[in-house]
Design a protein around this ligand. Structure first.
Ligand code: FEO
Length: 399
């Protein structure tokens, strides 16, 4: 992240990672940032650090403002290595008087770095810390998305340092939401939510209510990845409320992979039925898993009401990209969805049943019998696929 004074004497000093294209399976095709923030007050405070290989960027950014040795406190909002990887080096450089973290944060720091001698100070929700002219308020956000996660709120400036929440993987020279296209930002935030926070949606929903009850006067949300929100805060909070409640759009996805073109023909027929019956009221998207990364598909899954999955059968199973996608999706626990499956096969035809079983395990409402056909689909089969699309479109629109 480019160095910038985001409020008087509060600076963004984190690192921009233009090169990264994968983070534990998440396609970071637009790069990312590891945001860290420096507050100059009577007790100079650094909030979060950066990934280990970005240490130089962090140190050099801080040096433009102050000698790092003059930092008194470090607040570790989150211990995952993209935010704590450079902490051991920063502890050596800074030698802070205190290192603030949650109860689970201290445990995680010890498990990662095995440094009993660090000056840990464990803080709990609603605990306050005066650093001079400002008061920091802590809010534990356990399992959002790690046990150690917490927010730090600076009352006087109305800045919520939100760790991973409300973040996105996007490298840019711009640092504020109003400096970039809002459609791009919402898409990337949705992708981030779907790939990182989706399994914890019930907890996110509770947290959103708790934050609302705290009546914080939030002027900025400063996450640990991507842009700082200052102009679209209500939109962002509303999106998290909707996603965590399992609300969806009038949107249907046809997600497929094909072996010898038969399943693709079925997919296009389903799509034809959906678009014909859905008209302008229904968003329909075809996603070929050979050409779309599974982590990008999840951004669409988040907002879709229905998923229609198609795969040919290969070696008694699904095609490899469908196997990868569906097991990845299963771990993220999407909920409140309608489902259906289809596919072509040669002699055994297990793929449709396997996809249906996993969707059923996820408690999707299966709205159709699985539609499978041996080898190349006839006109009658394609007409039946289109009819299935029409029925699903009708069901979604009728809700
Ligand atoms: Fe950006 Fe959970 O680390």
């Amino acid at each position: 992240m480019a160095i910038r004074e985001i409020a008087k004497n509060i600076y963004a000093v984190g690192a921009t990672d233009w090169d990264i294209r994968d983070m534990h399976g998440y396609s970071t095709r637009l790069g990312t940032t590891y945001n860290a923030y420096l507050i100059i007050d009577e007790k100079v405070t650094l909030i979060d650090t950066v990934k280990r290989y970005c240490l130089d960027q962090l140190v050099s950014n801080i040096k433009e403002i102050i000698d790092p040795a003059k930092i008194d406190y470090i607040v570790a909002n989150h211990i995952e290595m993209d935010h704590s990887g450079s902490l051991p080096e920063m502890m050596e450089i800074i030698k802070p008087e205190k290192l603030f973290c949650s109860t689970m944060g201290k445990k995680a720091l010890l498990d990662h770095f095995h440094r009993e001698e660090w000056p840990y100070v464990v803080v709990k929700s609603n605990e306050e810390l005066s650093i001079g002219k400002r008061v920091l308020q802590f809010l534990e956000t356990r399992m959002l998305h790690w046990p150690d996660s917490m927010f730090t709120y600076v009352k006087e400036d109305g800045i919520l340092f939100s760790s991973d929440a409300f973040g996105m993987h996007l490298a840019s020279s711009e640092i504020y939401d109003d400096e970039l296209d809002s459609g791009l930002l919402m898409r990337e935030m949705a992708k981030y939510y779907a790939n990182i926070l989706y399994p914890f949606s019930p907890l996110v929903n509770k947290l959103m209510k708790a934050v609302a009850e705290m009546n914080l006067d939030i002027k900025m949300i400063a996450p640990d990845h991507g842009v700082i929100w200052r102009s679209h805060i209500d939109t962002v909070l509303d999106a998290y409320n909707r996603w965590s409640a399992g609300e969806s759009e009038k949107k249907v996805l046809v997600i497929y992979e094909t072996m010898w073109d038969s399943t693709r023909k079925m997919a296009y027929a389903v799509n034809h039925g959906l678009t014909e019956a859905g008209g302008k009221e229904l968003a329909v998207k075809m996603i070929n898993l050979k050409t779309t990364h599974y982590s990008d598909v999840l951004a669409d899954v988040l907002e879709a009401r229905a998923l229609i999955l198609g795969s040919s059968t290969l070696n008694n199973g699904m095609l490899p990209t469908m196997t990868t996608f569906i097991y990845y999706m299963k771990g993220l626990k999407p909920f409140n969805k309608l489902g259906a499956a289809f596919g072509s096969f040669g002699w055994s035809g297990e793929a449709v049943g396997l996809m249906s079983d996993i969707l059923t395990e996820l408690k999707f409402e299966m709205v159709e019998e699985g539609m499978k056909h041996k080898y190349v689909p006839t006109e009658e089969v394609l007409a039946a696929c289109a009819e299935m699309g029409r029925r699903i479109a009708g069901k979604v629109l009728a809700e």
